[in-house]
Design a binder for this molecule. Structure first.
Ligand SMILES: [Zn+2]
Length: 346
C-alpha cells in the first residue's frame, strides 16, 4: 500500500520515528538470539496501530479488498519442527496435564513408541482452513544437516507443497540461523526452496523473528524477495512499527525507501501463552480482540503466525486461532495469502 511518508515525517515526527523504527538504529540491546526485544523499547503503547490509524484518518491510504471486504486477516505458519522426539512427547504430556487437558497428555505420552509425528499435521491444518475459507501463507526452512537449527529436509515436506498450493495457499522461506544478516545464506536457502517448489519464492520470515533494521530489509530486497513478514516481537504481541497495512520501509541511513513490502507480524501463538506473556485464554482473547477491532477500523491487514506445533487439537493455541478466524470472518475479513494481497491490494 502506498504511504505518503513525507507527510508523516513533516506532520507527525513521533509517528515517523515509530514507523521507521528509529530507536533500533541507535540501541545496541539484543537478546540471546540477536533480536531487539519489546522490553528494550521506549515505545510502550503497541497494542494500537497508531501510524496506520493516522494515515487512514488523513486519507493518505485507501485500502480496498476483494469482494468488498472491510479488512484482511493473513494466517501464516512457520514450520520449525515436523518430527516429535520422545523427550518432546513426554514434555508435551506434562504440559497438557498442567493445562488441564488429560486426554491430550495420555495421547502424547502414549505415542512415545509411535513413529507417526503429531506435528506432521499439514492436511489437518488445510482442512481446518478450508472449513473457514482461509488461504494461508506457509514459511518452510531450507536447511541441511550440519547447519544450525536443521530439523528436517525439504524432501520431508515437499509432498505437501502441492496440497498447500492447490488449496490456494502460498509457500515462502523461513530463513535459518544466519540468513537475516547474510546475503549469501539468503540466496542459498532461497534457491534450495525454489528448486523443490519449481517457482520463484516471493515471501520471507526469519526463524526466531531475527531481524536487523534496516539491514535485513536491504538484504531481502537484494536477494529478490517481494515481501517480508518478520517485523513483530517475540516477547509481546502488538504493532511494532505502528502499522497494520503492508508498506515499503524506509532506510534512515540512505533516506530511501527500500524495494520490499513489509507485512508486519502482529500476533504469534508462542508470544501469548506459556513462554512469554503467559496470559490465560480470556486475557489473551481480550487483547487480541481489541487488536482486531482496531485493524478493522482502519481497514488494515491483521497478520498472525501459528506454528504447526500450535495447531494440535485440544490445545489452547488451536482454540485461540479458531476464535480469531471465526471472529474476523464475522467482522467482514478477507482471508487470502500475502502473495494474493501483494497482487490484488497493494
Ligand atoms: Zn521458526
Amino acid at each position: 500500500m502506498k504511504t505518503d511518508s513525507n507527510t508523516l515525517r513533516l506532520n507527525r515526527p513521533d509517528l515517523w520515528d515509530r514507523f521507521t523504527r528509529r530507536e533500533e538504529y541507535n540501541n545496541l540491546i539484543r537478546d540471546m538470539h540477536g533480536r531487539f526485544p519489546y522490553w528494550a523499547s521506549q515505545d510502550r503503547d503497541i497494542f494500537r496501530p497508531s501510524v496506520s490509524e493516522y494515515l487512514y484518518e488523513q486519507g493518505l491510504i485507501k485500502p480496498e479488498y476483494p469482494d468488498g471486504c472491510e479488512f484482511a486477516l493473513c494466517v501464516t505458519h512457520d514450520i520449525d519442527v515436523i518430527y516429535s522426539s520422545p523427550y518432546m512427547k513426554i514434555l508435551n504430556g506434562i504440559l497438557s496435564v498442567r493445562q488441564g487437558n488429560p486426554k491430550r497428555a495420555v495421547r502424547e505420552i502414549g505415542s512415545v513408541c509411535n513413529r507417526k509425528s503429531p506435528f506432521y499435521n499439514f492436511k489437518e491444518i488445510l482442512s481446518l482452513e478450508e472449513k473457514f475459507g482461509v488461504k494461508s501463507t506457509w514459511f518452510f526452512q531450507a536447511l541441511e544437516p550440519g547447519e544450525p537449527e536443521f530439523r528436517y529436509w525439504l524432501s520431508d515436506v515437499n509432498r505437501v507443497f502441492g496440497d498447500i498450493l492447490d488449496a490456494g495457499g502460498e509457500i515462502g522461506l523461513h530463513g535459518g540461523f544466519d540468513a537475516p544478516f547474510n546475503l549469501d545464506r539468503l540466496l542459498i536457502e532461497k534457491s534450495r526452496l525454489e528448486k523443490v517448489l519449481g517457482e520463484k519464492v516471493m515471501g520471507y520470515r526469519s526463524h526466531y523473528l531475527k531481524f536487523q533494521v534496516p539491514e535485513t530489509w536491504e538484504l531481502l530486497a537484494q536477494a529478490g524477495f517481494s515481501y517480508d513478514s518478520t517485523l513483530g516481537y517475540t516477547d509481546c504481541v502488538g504493532f511494532r512499527s505502528g502499522m497494520c497495512h503492508p508498506y515499503k520501509p524506509m532506510n534512515l541511513n540512505t533516506r530511501k525507501e527500500i524495494d520490499i513490502t513489509e507485512f508486519p507480524l502482529h500476533v504469534m501463538d508462542m508470544s501469548l501463552f506459556h513462554r512469554y506473556m503467559r496470559l490465560g485464554f480470556d486475557g489473551a482473547w481480550d487483547l487480541v480482540k481489541g487488536m482486531i477491532d482496531s485493524v478493522c477500523e482502519c481497514k488494515g491487514v491483521f497478520v498472525v503466525n501459528w506454528h504447526n506445533t500450535g495447531l494440535l487439537e485440544g490445545s489452547i493455541e488451536r482454540k485461540m486461532i479458531e476464535k480469531i478466524i471465526a471472529f474476523s470472518k464475522n467482522q467482514g475479513a478477507w482471508t487470502g495469502s500475502m502473495g494474493q494481497i501483494t497482487h490484488s491490494v497493494i
